[in-house]
Structure formats: C-alpha cells, structure tokens
Design a protein around this ligand. Sequence first.
Ligand SMILES: Cc1cc2nc3c(=O)[nH]c(=O)nc-3n(C[C@H](O)[C@H](O)[C@H](O)COP(=O)(O)O)c2cc1C
Length: 326
Amino acid sequence: MAARMDSAQLREIVRQATAAPSIHNTQPWRFQVGTDRVDLFVDPSRGLDVLDPTGRQRIISCGAALEHARLAVRAADHDAVVHLLPDARNEDYLARLEIGETQPATAEDRRLLAAMARRHTHRGAFDAVSVSADLLADMTRGAAEVGVVLHALTDPDDLVVATVLIDRADQLEAADPAYREELSRWVREDAEDGIPTAVLPPVGPRTSLPMRNFEGAPARPGGSGEDDPVERPLVVVLSTDGDGRPAWLVAGQAMGWVLLRAAADGVMASPLGQVLDVPVTRAMLARELRLLGHPQMVLRMGYPVQHDSARTPRRALDSVIDPPPG
Ligand SMILES: Cc1cc2nc3c(=O)[nH]c(=O)nc-3n(C[C@H](O)[C@H](O)[C@H](O)COP(=O)(O)O)c2cc1C
C-alpha cells in the first residue's frame, strides 16, 4: 500500500535525487510529484548529441538520480517501491517511485544518505592506499542487487589495455571539432548546470590513467615529479546483460549506489567515460577484458590526496519539478 508524504518531504526527496552525478552535469531529468509517489522522466532536450547520440549516458544519469531518491525515501523511514519504465507508450517516463508503508531505515540507509552530501567526482590524484577488499566486495554485492556486474581490473595487463583504449578514445574525440564544441558549451561558470573550471584539476594532474580533458586536447597522464604520490586506483567496470533503456537505467542505479557506498568510506571516484563514448573502443574494451555483458561505466576509485572544496552546481528544484496539471 502506498503511503503519503507532505510536499516538503517530497521536495527533499527530489533535492537528494538531483545531487546525483550526471554526464557533464547536464542534469537531464524531470520529476512529477504526487502525494504518495515521485515520477522520473528523462529530459531529452538536455542531451549531448555528439558525445551521447543514443542517450545511454543521460539514462544512466537518471538511474543514479532514481537511486538517490530511493535511498532518500528509505532514510525517511518508508519502504520505497521502484517501477522501471512504467508506461511502454512513453519512453521518456523512466520510473515511478512509490512511497511505501512506514519501515525504519537501516543503519546502511542512513550512512548512504549522509554520503550524498560528501560524494563528488574527484579528478585529481589518489593516495597510495588501495581500496579494501571488503569495500570492493560490498560494492560488487550492491551492483548485483539490480543485476549489474561490477568487474574490478585487478590484473595489471587489463589495466594496461584499459589505459591504451581510454587514450585512443581521447585522441579520437579530441580530433572531432563537433565533440570539442559540445564539450566547451558545458564547461562554464556561474550557471546552474555544466562543469565549472574550479572542479577540474590543475594542468597535468598526477593521475595514472588518462582523464577526460575538458579543454578538448588529447589528455595524457600527468608527469610525475619526485614528490608525486604513487596512486593505486581501483578501476571497475559496470556491465549489464542488455544494452537498451532498461539496462542503462539499472546501470545508473548501480552506479549511484556504488558511488555512495564508496563515499561513505571516504573513497571518491571519477568516471573514465571516453572509452565508452566511442563505439569501437567500447567494443574493444568488452572483448579485451572478456566481459560477458555490455560495459556501461568505467570508474577510477581511491582516496583523494587532497580534498577539493569546489562542487558542481544544481538547477533550482522548481526548474526540475513539473507543476501539477490543471
Ligand atoms: C554517465 C556519466 C559519465 C561521466 N563521464 C565522465 C567522464 O568521462 N569524465 C569525467 O571527468 N567525469 C565524468 N562524469 C562525471 C560528471 O562530470 C559529474 O558527475 C558531474 O559534473 C556532476 O559533478 P559531481 O559528480 O561532482 O556531482 C560522468 C558522469 C556520468 C553520470
């Protein structure tokens, strides 16, 4: 049976949803709020036609927002029932989140909610401490709850393969003027969306894997000076059996959960999206890593050497919540 929440509580659920990560911070979502539910829609007008022509990454972003909303409902001591793609006639209608009966939040629900305020994309260097086996096991379990496989690149040869393919994808993208033009439109200051330069690492980040270069030129791992930390990032690939809207949505839910579970332990992440933007490098990654399914996200994870204080902005709630009909 569905239960009611007051409008302030429901707005708070949406606010937590919008704290989710999204490709280029496009925040490609819309919400409709009832007394006992929150409906999530993808907003195709906020798509990236060059980087993401199929809409895969915007649906993944919405999946992460759905997971944030689900955890916010749980942390408010309610059961949360998720119905994915509830209307076959409207493909933009991604999910209905029903507020269920009163059900006390678990300690884990509360920890993950608290982690929402701390989680952010960290593109700088990580320190030399490896992510623990316990955390990896927990993240693997959490992803599996929604049918997503988390594959850790523990074999050094696999890391080399991933690095080469990310680098190749970076070069292909940087050589495309349309890609560069689209990217430059989303790196901006004083806006409610997009990526402000304050969250990007200074030139030559000391990372061991090629990060997306938001200035458009091919990115290279930064040069390492004598005092540079030797980072040992954990690199994981999230993959799904299928490769359409249902798969992209659950990949986003799994990513949302994994990033919060990691942040709860002080572990931050940066997606290494380039390799999956480009169809040929995406296919090669799946083949070379012998993945059974379709790779949806590649995440580099670790303990930040330096905690960055800058955060990406979010749109005002009234811009993302549709007014009630009538
Ligand atoms: C599907 C997806 C792909 C992403 N790809 C990249 C990427 O390739 N490189 C990167 O630096 N950040 C990437 N990000 C991170 C976003 O830029 C980031 O989530 C957004 O700017 C909001 O910032 P926050 O995560 O700090 O809240 C990606 C995020 C999502 C959801």
